[in-house]
Design a protein around this ligand. Structure first.
Ligand SMILES: NC(=O)c1ccc[n+]([C@@H]2O[C@H](COP(=O)([O-])OP(=O)(O)OC[C@H]3O[C@@H](n4cnc5c(N)ncnc54)[C@H](O)[C@@H]3O)[C@@H](O)[C@H]2O)c1
Length: 266
């Protein structure tokens, strides 16, 4: 792929997966370990991190992958374990539902945690990873954003907005550091059958349920993308078409989204 160095060789690579105790992160840990990577599994849920690490022959590093101290502790523990971190998967995320008014409005706490975990976690990871990566001219960051960060997510304002910010940060890193050997990729699935989708409420399940894929589809898409370095990793290929339609005619696209919202309104 243009302007990007050779794909990542997973065999022997040192890899960190945040939010690796469940869903997409657990699948990534499984697939990376099967490909011969040395994997560190992080999760806020310590038991879940240990269970997945035990299952795949990885090392657990439980803790908060979003706070300044948590990110520093995770990267330090991972460097102790792996030596170099070759691939950091900023995958942990939270999915607050709700809009801006009425009974279903998202709270201040929802907005704050959405930005902490879905955006600032990535900024903080980049802050501690980049100095060493730039020095050695090599490093790989895979950000799990969402198709909601390219399109939108009806019924979940903090999620849609924070995932746009996650994509924007990944774009900024990619534009700024590609020529210095840093590969940044944004994983943007639509519905994936995980506990997060289950917990996404009636609207979430109505919007995403029908076309939801199993985590294995996401794992396949990630392995393929790590090999060629493309920026957007789209386990649902139709998202590419939606993005083109949005860019070509934002008014028509937003009109269609509003008609969909009208069908969802009680
Ligand atoms: N499931 C979907 O439909 C879907 C679609 C698009 C994007 N995503 C994104 O994929 C990522 C993984 O989601 P999933 O569907 O596997 O959900 P999941 O709920 O199965 O797993 C998320 C994991 O992240 C952990 N976590 C949350 N906050 C954390 C923190 N601060 N530090 C460490 N761990 C933390 C949770 O404990 C949980 O184990 C998220 O970023 C999510 O937004 C999911």
């Amino acid at each position: 792929m243009a302007d990007v160095g050779p794909g990542l060789e997973l065999a022997g690579a040192g890899v960190v997966v945040t939010g690796g105790g469940s869903g997409i992160g657990a699948e990534l840990a499984r697939r990376f370990a099967a490909a011969g990577a040395r994997v560190v599994v992080n999760d806020l849920d310590a038991d879940a991190a240990r269970a997945v690490a035990g299952e795949v022959g990885a090392v657990a590093a439980p803790g908060d992958a979003a706070s300044v101290d948590g990110v520093a502790a995770l990267v330090s523990a991972a460097r102790d374990e792996l030596g170099e971190i070759d691939l950091f998967c900023a995958n942990a995320g939270v999915a607050a539902t709700g809009g801006v008014t009425g009974d279903a409005a998202a709270t201040e706490a929802d907005w704050a945690s959405s930005f902490e975990v879905n955006v600032l976690a990535h900024v903080r990871a980049a802050q501690v990873l980049l100095p060493q990566w730039l020095e050695r001219g090599r490093g790989h960051l895979l950000v799990t954003a969402s198709a909601a960060g390219l399109l939108t997510m009806l019924g979940s304002a903090p999620y849609a907005v924070s995932k746009h910010a996650a994509v924007a940060f990944a774009e900024w890193l990619r534009a700024t550091y590609t020529h210095r050997g840093i590969v940044v990729q944004a994983l943007c699935p639509q519905g994936v059958r995980t506990p997060m989708l289950e917990a996404s409420g009636e609207v979430g399940r109505a919007l995403l349920g029908a076309d939801a894929v199993d985590v294995g589809v996401v794992g396949d898409a990630v392995l393929e993308a790590l090999a060629d370095g493309r920026f957007l990793v789209l386990p649902h290929p139709e998202v590419h078409g939606y993005l083109q339609a949005k860019a070509a005619d934002p008014d028509a696209w937003l009109g269609a989204m509003n008609r969909l919202q009208q069908r969802l309104d009680p």
